[in-house]
Design a protein. Structure first.
Length: 360
C-alpha cells in the first residue's frame, strides 16, 4: 500500500492553480495591449509572485515612464505658456485650460436642461391641443438652441464614421480587384497616384457645389453640411485602405492561389476563405490609417466650410477673440487628439478580434 504525502498533493495543487492563473493573465494580455493597459500584465504577474522585481521594471517602463513624460510636459507648459503673449493675451496654462473644460461641461449640462424643458413644454402643448379636439394643430418643432460642446463632438464623430464607412465600402473591393488582377491594378494605379495627394481644402469647394446642386431641398435624411463634410472625408481617406488592401491581396502566397484553382473554388469562396483571411492584417492597417486621415480631414473641412462640429467650434472661438477663447481652443485640440487616439484603439481592437477569429 502506497502512502501519498499530503504536502506533495498540496504543492501540486498550488502549482496547477498558479499555472492556470498565468494562463489567464497571458490570454488577457492581448486585450490589455489593445486597450492601452499593457502595464496591468506585469503588475498581475508580480502579484502572483513571478519575479516581482523584474515585473515592476516593466510596470515602470509601461506606466511610470509615460506618466512621467506627461508630468514633465505639463510642467514645461505651465512654465513657458505665460511667456508667450498673443493678441488674445498670454497662452493659457494647464490650470486655465482645465477651468474652461469644466465650464464647457457645465454649459453643456445647462443647454441639455434647456432642450429638455423645451421638449416638455412642446409635449404639454400638444397634449392640451389633443384633449381640446384640435389634433390638427399639433406640431413637432425642432429645438433651435445653440449646440453644446458634447453635441459638436458627437456631430464630428458621426460624420467621420459615415465618411469612413463609405470609403471602406469603396476601397476594399477595389483593393481586392487590384490585388488579384494586374489589369485592374494598371487601371486603378494612375487614378490613385493623381487623386491621393489632393488636399481636402481642394476637394471641399467641388464637393460643396456638387452637393448643393444634387441635394437642393436640405430636408432629406442628411443635412447638406453633414454630406459635404462626410464626402470630403470619404475622398481623402479611402486611399490608404485601397493601397494596403491591394498590397495585402497581392502578397498572398501564389501556392495558395494554385490550390484554390485545383479545388475549383468559386470567386466568392476564394475571396472569403482565402484572400480576406490572408490579407486581413494589411487591410486593417489601411483602415486604421484611413480613419486617422479622415479625422484630420474632417476638422479642417468643418473649419473651412463652417459645418457643425469640433472644427467649427475651434473657428468660432478663434473669431470670438475673448479672453477665454485660447483656453477653449486648447481644450478642443486636446479633445481632438484624445478622440483620435480612441478611434485608433477601436480599430486596433477590431483588428485583433477579426484576426483572432480568422486564425481559429
Amino acid at each position: 500500500m502506497t502512502v501519498v504525502d499530503p504536502d506533495h498533493l498540496d504543492t501540486k495543487h498550488k502549482e496547477a492553480r498558479r499555472a492556470a492563473w498565468f494562463t489567464r493573465i497571458n490570454k488577457a494580455d492581448a486585450w490589455f495591449t489593445v486597450l492601452g493597459l499593457a502595464w496591468l500584465t506585469p503588475l498581475l504577474k508580480a502579484a502572483a509572485g513571478d519575479n516581482p522585481r523584474g515585473q515592476m521594471r516593466d510596470v515602470w517602463r509601461l506606466l511610470g515612464v509615460p506618466l512621467l513624460s506627461i508630468i514633465i510636459f505639463l510642467m514645461l507648459w505651465a512654465a513657458l505658456a505665460p511667456r508667450v503673449v498673443t493678441s488674445l493675451g498670454a497662452i493659457p496654462g494647464p490650470v486655465a485650460v482645465w477651468e474652461q473644460a469644466v465650464e464647457l461641461n457645465a454649459d453643456a449640462i445647462d443647454k441639455r436642461a434647456k432642450a429638455a424643458m423645451f421638449h416638455d413644454r412642446l409635449d404639454q402643448r400638444n397634449a392640451r391641443l389633443i384633449e381640446a379636439g384640435r389634433a390638427d394643430e399639433v406640431k413637432q418643432i425642432a429645438y433651435t438652441g445653440a449646440p453644446s460642446y458634447y453635441d459638436q463632438i458627437w456631430t464630428s464623430i458621426k460624420t467621420v464614421f459615415f465618411g469612413f464607412l463609405v470609403a471602406s465600402v469603396v476601397a476594399i473591393p477595389l483593393g481586392i480587384a487590384a490585388g488579384l488582377s494586374p489589369t485592374a491594378n494598371a487601371a486603378l494605379n494612375p487614378l490613385i497616384q493623381i487623386f491621393k495627394p489632393v488636399s481636402p481644402l481642394a476637394w471641399l469647394p467641388i464637393v460643396t457645389m456638387v452637393v448643393s446642386a444634387v441635394y437642393a431641398t436640405n430636408d432629406g435624411m442628411f443635412s447638406k453640411s453633414f454630406l459635404v463634410s462626410a464626402i470630403t472625408v470619404t475622398l481623402c481617406s479611402l486611399w490608404p485602405t485601397l493601397i494596403n488592401t491591394a498590397l495585402g491581396v497581392a502578397s498572398i502566397d501564389r501556392d495558395l492561389i494554385s490550390v484554390s484553382r485545383v479545388l475549383k473554388m468559386g470567386p466568392y469562396a476564394k475571396i472569403t476563405k482565402l484572400v480576406l483571411p490572408s490579407a486581413l492584417p494589411l487591410i486593417f492597417t489601411g483602415l486604421r490609417l484611413s480613419l486617422g486621415v479622415g479625422w484630420m480631414v474632417l476638422i479642417a473641412a468643418e473649419m473651412l466650410a463652417q459645418n457643425p462640429g469640433l472644427g467649427k467650434f475651434v473657428w468660432d472661438e478663434f473669431q470670438n477673440g475673448s479672453s477665454q477663447s485660447l483656453a477653449r481652443i486648447i481644450v478642443a485640440v486636446l479633445t481632438i487628439g484624445i478622440i483620435g487616439f480612441l478611434l485608433d484603439r477601436v480599430m486596433y481592437a477590431m483588428q485583433s478580434f477579426f484576426t483572432f477569429s480568422a486564425q481559429r
